[in-house]
Design a binder for this molecule. Structure first.
Ligand code: SAH
Ligand code: SF4
Length: 353
């Protein structure tokens, strides 16, 4: 197993079974997560023989950075290739000066959890070619380590909004979060981590039982079953009532850590009646709402509503006193960067022959 996919406790007990003292596990974690070395040869305080022995059991291999696109003061996209040839994208988004001020050093990383996606939301590019495979824990963690190394900056916010459905890769997601959050690991605060889900109700409940204050984003995109069913097949399995119950369970444990994401698609879910019902769902859970004007995906029929229609929808939510924002800014926009990854990669792949 890859070294950067192991939790300290697990590594410690595995080493102890081999008669290697616990402090060696601590040293190894420190090299990987604090000193950020990328090869076994650099672990200077471990005897050579031990390094050679352990490197076989726990390789430290990173995905290949195929391309980096975008500039460092706007969104940067990192195309990564794993050893089996599969590729995913990880997106680094600096703070929007308009939202956080010129001085903000907020850096958000949008991380993928699967190659492809099985949930087939009708508006989303990530699911267009179906599901390929889950990412392993080390493949999730490597996205953070590689982007920090390549960009020269630490990230201080992380959203699981890249390719794939995080809660469908449940075990690996949970272990990755443990490593991200741990003081011996990447050390990112729980409140700086957001998991976005299309609404897997049972997994939301199970995830709620973790002790940390991790943020949850629900890709709602419709306030009633009939609207949601038009664009999200998952709603057949977990209708809105069941999803809201799972969210209430989460909210009861985490205190105001839920956000509803709502893509605005012209003529599909942008009616003011949907806004009123959406506001009611949000009020019950004390959830915030992020409106995301739909980003056109080539080959799909959906369009974003007019500026006027967007403002009217937002106005209706605000009238109900629900905290709501529209995310729109180009280049600084998480939502413009995430959610459409597969397509872009495919066309890059094609253009590279
Ligand atoms: N599978 C998870 C996380 C990945 S998608 C989920 O669905 O929540 C991250 C966000 O991007 C989701 O809210 C998704 O609905 C949204 N998204 C997908 N395609 C989009 C598009 N073309 N324009 C705007 N947002 C999109
Ligand atoms: Fe999958 Fe999320 Fe895209 Fe739906 S929106 S297809 S769940 S990645």
């Amino acid at each position: 197993m890859q070294l950067q996919g192991l939790a300290l406790e697990e590594l410690t007990s595995q080493l102890q079974e081999r008669g290697i003292p616990a402090y060696r596990a601590k040293q190894m974690m420190e090299w990987v997560y604090k000193k950020r070395i990328t090869s076994w040869g650099e672990m200077k305080n471990l005897p050579l023989a031990l390094r050679e022995e352990l490197a076989e059991t726990y390789p430290l291999i990173f995905p290949e950075v195929v391309t980096i696109s975008g500039s460092h003061d706007t969104t940067q996209k990192f195309l990564l290739r794993f050893s089996d040839g599969e590729m995913i994208e990880t997106v680094l988004i600096p703070a929007s000066p308009a939202l956080y001020g010129e001085e903000s050093d907020r850096r958000t990383l949008c991380v993928s959890t699967q190659v492809g996606c099985a949930y087939g939301c009708k508006f989303c590019a990530s699911g267009l070619d179906g599901f390929k495979r889950n990412l392993r824990v080390d493949e999730i963690i490597s996205q953070v380590l590689l982007v920090e190394k390549e960009s020269g900056h630490r990230i201080n916010n992380l959203v699981f909004m890249g390719m794939g459905e995080p809660l469908a890769n449940f075990e690996n997601l949970n272990k990755a979060i443990t490593i991200l959050n741990a003081p011996w690991g990447i050390g990112l605060g729980a409140r700086k981590i957001t998991v976005s889900t299309s609404g897997l109700a049972p997994q939301i409940r199970e995830f709620a039982d973790r002790p940390e204050q991790i943020r949850l984003a629900i890709s709602l995109h419709g306030a009633t079953d009939d609207v949601r069913l038009q664009i999200m097949p998952i709603n057949k399995r977990y209708p809105i009532a069941e999803l809201m119950e799972a969210c209430a369970y989460y909210a009861a444990r985490k205190k105001q850590l839920i956000t509803f994401e709502y893509i605005l698609i012209a003529g599909v879910n942008d009616q003011l009646e949907q806004a009123r019902l959406l506001a009611q769902h949000a009020q019950r859970l004390r959830a915030k709402i992020n409106l995301i004007p739909y980003n056109k995906v080539e080959g799909l029929p959906w369009e974003r509503p007019s500026e006027q229609a967007q403002q009217a929808f937002l106005g209706e939510l605000r009238q109900q006193r629900v905290p709501a924002t529209i995310r729109r800014e180009k280049g600084h926009d998480i939502d413009a960067a995430c959610g459409q990854l597969r397509r872009r990669m495919k066309s890059e792949e094609n253009s590279q022959g």
